[in-house]
Design a protein around this ligand. Structure first.
Ligand SMILES: C[S@@+](CC[C@H](N)C(=O)[O-])C[C@H]1O[C@@H](n2cnc3c(N)ncnc32)[C@H](O)[C@@H]1O
Length: 260
């Protein structure tokens, strides 16, 4: 049983989500069929979607999925049912699928979705970058490149770059770099394969799921006194050297100075 739980924990969350919805579906169809057989009037079709939502979220709850997955399983079938009622042409779904694949296709492995940071954070990071030497800074997961371009503009003496794993945000950032003639560079790739020792400042705006592995890599590779800056997500059980919060409406930024 313990072994099964450990195996389950290793499955990517999206695979678990498909399994849970697939387990809920036959349960739901069985109840619906019994109901149909025993009632003179068939229940409206939205009941099917409601049952799917309830069974799937119950399964997620019973196997101790993280709480947000319980809500995702609850809302997903309801949204799917609603969209079916709207009779949206199938090519709209295809277009939406292709755009979301380009934006989020790696999220099921990295568990870090794309969402851009706010301009206040770009200025904040530019101010954190030390000004006593020519600094090399990288945004690991640079999205559309906003932070990279702004910091490069504000700190022209520094070498600023970004690395992004999802193709659509990277392509947009690449075109922006080209048209804006920015000195910053943006490349397509996975930051896990970077050598962190080449950077004085590493900026991350990722997700709680990425932080422990990021800290292990930073500790192993980053040089003494270099900075790991994480916006919104702190590293569990590690005391930051500094925290910054511009206002109540923005998340904190955590600055970790590497010590040997
Ligand atoms: C929350 S967004 C932040 C975007 C950008 N840094 C900003 O501040 O606007 C996180 C980004 O990290 C990217 N990402 C996640 N894991 C990655 C990895 N292993 N290597 C490179 N990029 C990654 C995601 O695709 C996403 O675009």
């Amino acid at each position: 049983m313990r072994c099964m739980t450990e195996k389950r924990k290793k499955l990517p969350p999206v695979v678990m989500a498909v399994i849970i919805q697939s387990v809920a579906l036959p349960l739901c169809i069985t109840v619906y069929t019994v109901w149909l057989a025993n009632l003179s009037n068939p229940p409206p079709v939205y009941v099917l979607f409601l049952m799917q939502a309830l069974f799937a979220s119950l399964c997620a709850y019973l196997i101790h999925e993280e709480f947000w997955w319980v809500y995702i399983h609850l809302t997903f079938p309801l949204i799917a049912g609603l969209l079916m009622l709207l009779n949206i042409p199938s090519n709209v779904y295809l277009a939406a699928f292709m755009v979301s694949t380009g934006l989020f296709w790696t999220t099921f492995i990295t568990r870090v979705p794309f969402y851009p940071s706010k301009p206040v954070i770009w200025n904040q990071v530019a101010a954190i970058v030390p000004n006593n030497k020519k600094i090399r800074m990288i945004d690991i997961g640079s999205g559309l490149g906003d932070l990279v371009f702004k910091v490069s503009e504000l700190r022209p003496e520094c070498e600023i770059s970004g690395i992004e794993i999802a193709p659509i945000p990277w392509l947009i950032s690449y075109l922006r770099k080209f048209f804006n003639r920015s000195r910053a560079t943006v490349r397509l790739g996975n930051y896990h394969h970077l050598d962190f020792s080449k950077y004085d400042v590493i900026f991350a705006y990722l997700s709680p799921a990425a932080m422990t592995a990021l800290w292990t890599k930073a500790q192993a590779e980053m040089n003494e006194q270099s900075l790991l800056v994480s916006h919104a997500f702190e590293i569990a059980n590690v005391q930051p050297s500094m925290t910054i919060q511009e206002s109540q409406s923005t998340s904190q930024t955590y600055v970790y100075a590497i010590k040997r």
